[in-house]
Design a protein around this ligand. Structure first.
Ligand SMILES: [Cu+2]
Length: 128
């Protein structure tokens, strides 16, 4: 009786793994993200403005040519964060993958390190 329970649990585990693999694999290979390259300096983004398609998969690669750390973060008009924060140390290049907002419109991108936005580290993301 005890042995049978173990067998059922093991089978259940295999089914769960199979389901996760079957569901996860096609999504990961469905389409490659479109890469956008941005350079951060002290204190601006180049380019500051990006035009994306609604729902588009994005790979944002930022090179920090400044002397201090910078971030890249997408927000909506109410200040809600729409991407993870990409933090890049000076001299480094890092990437962030995310989906563009589903609703067309103009969004804000900022460096969220205190004071940087005020010094000019802002931009626009236009979603079409
Ligand atoms: Cu910054």
């Amino acid at each position: 009786m005890k042995g049978k329970t173990v067998v059922i649990s093991f089978t259940g585990l295999i089914v769960i793994i199979w389901l996760l693999t079957a569901c996860g694999a096609p999504a990961a290979t469905a389409s490659n993200p479109t890469e956008f390259k941005v350079t951060a300096t002290d204190f601006k983004f180049e380019p500051a403005d990006l035009t994306l398609k609604a729902g588009q998969k994005i790979k944002l690669t930022m090179t920090n040519k400044g002397a201090i750390d910078h971030t890249w973060l997408l927000k909506d008009a109410s200040g809600k964060e729409l991407s993870q924060t990409l933090t890049v140390k000076n001299g480094e290049t890092k990437s962030l993958e995310f989906a563009a907002p589903a609703a067309p419109g103009t969004y804000t991108l900022v460096c969220d390190i205190p004071g940087h936005k005020e010094l000019g580290m802002v931009g626009k993301v236009i979603v079409q």
